[in-house]
Design a protein around this ligand. Structure first.
Ligand SMILES: Nc1ncnc2c1ncn2[C@@H]1O[C@H](COP(=O)(O)OP(=O)(O)OP(=O)(O)O)[C@@H](O)[C@H]1O
Ligand SMILES: O=P(O)(O)OC[C@H]1O[C@H](OP(=O)(O)OP(=O)(O)O)[C@H](O)[C@@H]1O
Ligand SMILES: [Mg+2]
Length: 279
């Protein structure tokens, strides 16, 4: 029975559970349940705080988990990232009142408030900067205005929280984060299946299937527009001078690709969603 840690709250929770359900696993009927058995799929889910997931997985108490890359690195856990899940994206940045900090070196000797002291401490040490870290649980952006810190280091998504507290981003990007699958034993039986299923959900979300008819002599040029994953499927039409082509296309390129194919001479261009995939 593979034991899987899933965020029970916060920014990552809803999408993580949605992905697992799309991948054919049991969801959480009772929103307060802490464990969900899924014997049909040979797994059991443990709903935990995202910050704690790296600890459970790193110690081997749980086999695999979904958390943020920033939380994994902050924890110092022995777990490693085995797959990016392409949601919950954020950047981790320093911020300070306008004009007070020009670059990383100016943080030397300052008080920096953060909920991620492990991540920020490592980053500062790697860059030879010594600062006093003030550990807070959240709403870190208020720390400067309230006088307990000179700068902050926190998750930035839109940047509106920082701006509202009169702070501006300073210094280099500390980390580009995203939701990730983590494990301390990536070779464990069952993890590869979980990974393939989640990968299938990502493909179904990120790609569409495109079908079109094309004068056969244009095939090489059309293949350059829709190369597909391996190479497009080409089938004969009753009219031997035409072929039917099918290829996977990145969803966000759908309309540009259709325009380019139409201009080339393709007709009857049809787009369908992918319901599930195993690549
Ligand atoms: N806008 C966002 N705010 C906070 N965290 C975000 C955001 N977008 C993505 N994340 C990611 O979510 C994870 C933090 O999740 P966590 O549940 O600990 O905090 P939260 O979303 O701030 O929830 P809460 O503060 O209510 O506990 C991190 O990996 C972070 O990078
Ligand atoms: O760049 P933005 O789009 O403004 O988002 C980033 C903010 O959102 C999160 O806070 P959250 O609401 O989770 O509160 P918290 O600080 O108490 O965790 C994060 O800690 C930042 O404060
Ligand atoms: Mg938060």
């Amino acid at each position: 029975m593979l034991r899987i840690a899933v965020p029970n709250k916060g920014s990552l929770s809803e999408t993580a559970v949605e992905m697992l359900v799309e991948a054919g696993y049991a969801g959480r009927r009772d929103p307060r349940a802490l464990t969900v058995a899924d014997p049909r799929n040979g797994v059991e889910f443990f709903y935990l705080r995202p910050r704690d997931i790296a600890t459970y997985v790193g110690s081997g108490a749980l086999d695999v988990g979904i958390t943020g890359r920033d939380l994994l690195l902050d924890s110092g856990s022995a777990a490693v990232e085995i797959q990016s899940l392409d949601f919950g994206g954020s950047t981790f940045r320093f911020a300070a009142p306008p004009g007070s900090v020009a670059g990383l070196d100016d943080l030397q000797g300052l008080r920096v408030a953060t909920s991620y002291p492990g991540l920020v401490g490592d980053f500062l040490a790697r860059h030879g900067v010594t600062a006093t870290l003030i550990r807070l649980d959240g709403a870190v952006e208020s720390a400067v205005r309230l006088g307990v810190a000179d700068a902050v280091a926190d998750v930035v998504s839109t940047g509106s929280t920082l701006r509202a507290q009169g702070l501006e981003i300073v210094g280099p990007v500390i980390l580009e984060s995203t939701a990730v699958l983590i494990s301390a034993q990536p070779e464990l039986t069952g993890i590869a299946t979980l990974q393939r299923r989640l990968q299938g959900v990502l493909v179904a979300r990120q790609y569409v299937l495109m079908d079109y008819d094309l004068p056969a002599e244009l095939l090489e040029r059309a293949t350059a527009i829709t190369p597909g994953l391996e190479s497009p499927t080409v089938s004969p039409l009753a009219d031997g001078s035409w072929v039917a082509v099918r290829a996977m296309v990145p969803r966000d390129e759908t309309n540009h690709v259709m325009d380019a194919l139409y201009e080339l001479g393709a007709r009857a261009i049809l787009v369908s969603s992918i319901h599930a995939a195993r690549i």
